[in-house]
Design a protein around this ligand. Structure first.
Ligand code: GLU
Length: 441
């Protein structure tokens, strides 16, 4: 059984860049008939909020993701405590007492000597008496994981074979002085406990993976397979920040973008697949293989989101649009098929529908008054069909000698009050003779 997890830290709402791993995990679960665990990485009690966590659930639901299970790390401390006991017993976790200031000074000194600024493991040399003395002074230890120092190798399903040299890394702190957990250990403990088979996440986690594989092994857990994807960047090549408002998923929703358009942009940007107007996540899940994800950065182009959103609407069936039209008090397949090609956002349809239902601020230039008066007289009798426009304009051509733009534009301006818009041939029968007569006055 394939089991994946998406593990956001609920310290704010998720943005387009976070939607990438959320969806890539979803695609993988769908393509393999697997399960999708939503794991709230909320061990940072000062920054995590329930409000953010609930918001993230809403954002995922809007995107079309329905997790099989939700877990909160804040409710799983007992599991982490047990893992800590195990690592302490095997000597892999050791107490260290340095303050931030001390560590900082040591890093500076190492740099000045041309050495890498990694933790010198001074705490490993402390005797029981040293520790007792430090604790008597009121110091509380934080706990570091003793790295093996051997290169850790793994076959990344996206990036190919990887080697992480833990010898060049500081022993990571797993437990803070106040007893709270940093991200590293709970993540591994949960991946073991929830039998996660595949960890799909951003490539900013590759070096963490080296550390985490050592922890998996130290805890005797099965090491999952890893897939690290390229990160989405903004148009300038900068990473997204959670606090950057405009590209949060909830803001994109409020701006009226289609969820599928957002999902397509979040996942297909920076892949070998063209950005196309897919209609479902499953369709993308079938197409997007890990081998199609490029190794370079994935640069998000906001103009492409706009054009994709429009393309999705222009191809949307009436069946799909119908319930959403009903919410706007609109209905009718003819109306939808006529108006959809003008839409940038779905709700624009309400504005366009006024061309049919009115009121329309008709525009008639002085030099066209006489022409429009003739047009009004020549307006064919009902019943109207798609042929009515041609009958009417042919008659007008004969009567006035006008043709091309001088014939059509004054009619469009009078009937709709604007230069552009839907095809008049189809609009006419939907407006009806009576309303047209009113607009030609
Ligand atoms: N909470 C971590 C993050 O948001 C999860 C990383 C992971 O998937 O292990 O980056």
């Amino acid at each position: 059984m394939t089991i994946v997890r998406y593990a956001p830290s609920p310290t704010g709402r998720i943005h387009l860049g976070n939607a990438r791993p959320a969806l890539l995990n979803w695609f993988f679960a769908r393509a393999h008939g697997g399960q999708y665990v939503l794991r709230m990485d909320d061990t940072d009690l000062a920054r995590s909020t329930r409000e953010s966590a609930d918001g993230i659930e809403l954002d995922l639901a809007w995107l079309g993701i329905t997790p099989s299970m939700l877990v909160r790390q804040s409710e799983r401390t007992a599991l982490y405590d047990a893992a800590v006991a195990k690592l302490k017993a095997s000597g892999r976790l050791y107490p260290a007492y340095e303050t931030e200031g001390e560590l900082d000074r040591r890093r500076k000194r190492a740099r000045a000597l041309g050495k890498p600024p990694i933790y010198d493991r001074a705490a490993l040399n402390l005797t029981d008496a040293d520790r007792a003395k430090l604790e008597a002074e009121g110091r509380k230890p934080h706990w570091r994981f003793r790295l093996d120092g051997k290169p850790v190798q793994f076959d990344d399903l996206i990036k190919g074979p990887q080697t992480v040299n833990t010898a060049s890394m500081s022993d990571p702190v797993l437990v803070r002085g106040d007893g709270s957990y940093l991200y590293t250990l709970p993540s591994v403990v949960d991946d073991i406990d929830l039998a996660i088979t595949h960890v799909i996440r951003g490539e900013d986690h590759v070096s963490n993976t080296g550390t985490q594989i050592e922890i998996f092994e130290a805890l005797g857990g099965a090491v999952p397979q890893f897939a690290h994807h390229n990160l989405l960047t903004d148009a300038e090549g900068q990473g997204f920040s959670k606090r950057l408002g405009s590209l949060s998923i909830s803001d994109l929703r409020d701006q009226g973008y289609e969820a599928i358009a957002v999902a397509i942009m979040a996942t297909l940007t920076g892949t070998a697949l063209p950005i196309e107007a897919y209609t479902s996540l499953d369709e993308i899940a079938q197409k997007l293989a890990f081998s199609a994800i490029s190794h370079g950065p994935a640069r998000f182009d906001p103009a492409e989101l706009d054009s994709l959103n429009a393309r999705i609407l222009h191809a949307m069936s009436y069946e799909t649009a119908r319930p959403r039209l009903a919410k706007l008090g609109l209905e009718g397949e003819d109306l939808w098929l006529l108006l959809r090609n003008n839409l940038a956002k779905f709700d624009d349809v309400a504005e366009w529908a006024k061309l049919i239902t009115g009121p329309v601020a008709s525009v008639i230039a002085d030099e066209d008054r006489e022409f429009i008066a003739i047009a009004r007289d020549l307006l064919p009798a009902e019943p109207w069909s798609l042929d009515t426009w041609a009958q009417w304009t042919d008659a007008l051509k004969t009567a006035t000698g006008r043709k091309g733009k001088t014939l059509f534009l004054p009619l469009r301006m009078a009937l709709t009050g604007r230069h552009d818009g839907p095809e008049l041939k189809s609009l006419l029968p939907l407006v009806g003779r009576k309303a047209c007569l009113d607009r030609l006055l």
